[in-house]
Design a protein around this ligand. Structure first.
Ligand code: CA
Length: 399
């Protein structure tokens, strides 16, 4: 049984990568979406034009910062790495900084956009110095001369490749580049007995414009629910009674049942009323109320919630009844005001479920490790209707 569970969680850990791959594939299929610099940078075989703009460390000679292409690590292999190499004789704290920049690219269409990548961290030989990498990913607007920080994260233990994303706005015609700044620093003084290397690696970096944005994805009219049933035909109007020597009676009104033709004075038979119009195609668009969505949100978390290696795996479902795709946000909480994990937001198809991988906050790790239940805040947005609920679920722990 343990072996079966173990393989299950290896699959679960790979979900981030799979989800990212599907995301890129689906956005390519939408005519309006494009991913830059030239599709996502997968680093298969080369650094794909990414350059190291800076590699510095605060301790000369004993600490070396470097940015290197790594053809073997990645998801799949091929990634760029920010490395810190420490000499045996270091007795102080160190802080090594590496800055990467992508090739410049012009976006043909602006609007809500998503910056995404996969990253990993390997403390390696410097584990005893408790190294932490603080990295940020920014979008540089070369045309406007501005930059926007989109993703920031701190990693302080071994983390395998996994996806992370952030929303940003772009302007059509502007030239952009993606910049990554990684600062690796120690929180424990060197003993003079340690030497080695620690690396933060990045893969599958891309800016997707025209899909999956804050508002862009919801604006797509295509996948909305099926049209409402056609309205019943209006009943055929009854024939007028025979008149004597009269003119033709007026036709019954359209829509509702045609009224009987009036008796013409001296008229011929009245004509039939026209058919009723089809029912309108309103579908189920306007029918969803906040109260109804709140009820459905209460049961949106499904399956077993598990915690493994500082991550919480929880599945959320977009109910079929809502009649449209959902935008779902999930965050683990210690209390209603004290967060336990990162928040993840994803678009989930109608009737579909998606696994959310939540990073446990370093400050909450000790407390989460003792819990048998975890509170979640779940926010579901469908069209313009939005609902949030708190839900507490049993927490299973895996190692
Ligand atoms: Ca790769």
């Amino acid at each position: 049984v343990l072996q079966a569970l173990s393989s299950h969680f290896r699959r679960a850990a790979a979900v981030g990568g799979v989800a990212t791959a599907i995301l890129f594939a689906s956005t390519v299929g939408q005519a309006a979406a494009a991913t830059y610099p030239a599709g996502p940078s997968t680093f298969t075989g080369s650094a794909e034009g990414w350059v190291v703009k800076e590699a510095t460390c605060n301790v000369p000679l004993l600490c070396t910062a470097s940015g290197t292409y790594d053809g073997t690590a990645g998801n799949p292999p091929g990634s760029i790495a920010a490395n810190s190499n420490i000499a045996l004789t270091l007795l102080s704290l160190f802080s090594a900084k590496v800055v990467y920049e992508s090739p410049a690219f012009a976006v043909t269409q602006g609007g809500s956009s998503t910056l995404q990548l996969e990253r990993s961290f390997t403390p390696g030989g410097l584990l005893a110095l408790a190294p932490t990498v603080n990295y940020s990913v920014s979008l540089l607007d070369k045309t406007a001369g501005t930059q926007t920080k989109v993703i920031t994260e701190a990693l302080s233990e071994t983390v395998p490749f996994g996806g992370i994303s952030g929303a940003v706005s772009t302007v059509a015609g502007h030239s952009y580049a993606i910049s990554i700044t990684a600062v690796t620093s120690s929180s424990v003084l060197g003993t003079g007995l340690l030497a080695g290397n620690t690396s933060a690696r990045f893969d599958n970096i891309g800016l997707t414009v025209g899909a999956e944005g804050e508002t862009g994805a919801e604006g797509e009219p295509g996948p909305e629910g099926p049209p409402g049933a056609a309205g019943e035909k209006g009943a055929t109007g009854a024939n007028g009674t025979n008149g004597t020597n009269g003119s033709t009676g007026p036709a019954g009104p359209a829509g509702a049942a045609g009224a009987d033709g009036k008796n013409g004075s001296n008229g011929k038979d009245g004509t039939n009323g026209s058919n009723g119009k089809d029912g309108s195609n309103e579908g189920n668009g306007g029918a969803l109320t906040t109260a109804a969505l709140t009820e459905m949100t209460k049961s949106s978390l499904t399956g077993t919630v598990t915690e493994k290696a500082g991550r919480v795996y929880v599945q959320a479902k977009c109910p079929t009844k809502v009649g449209a795709p959902c935008k779902i946000s999930v965050q683990g909480l210690l209390t209603k005001t004290k967060v336990a994990t990162s928040m993840r937001t994803a678009r989930v198809g109608q009737g579909k479920a998606k696994q959310f991988v939540l990073q446990v906050r370093p400050a909450a790790r000790a407390e989460v490790a003792k819990l048998t239940k975890l509170k979640f805040k779940v926010t579901m947005k469908v069209g313009t209707t939005k609902a949030s609920v708190y839900k507490t679920l049993a927490l299973t722990r895996r190692s």
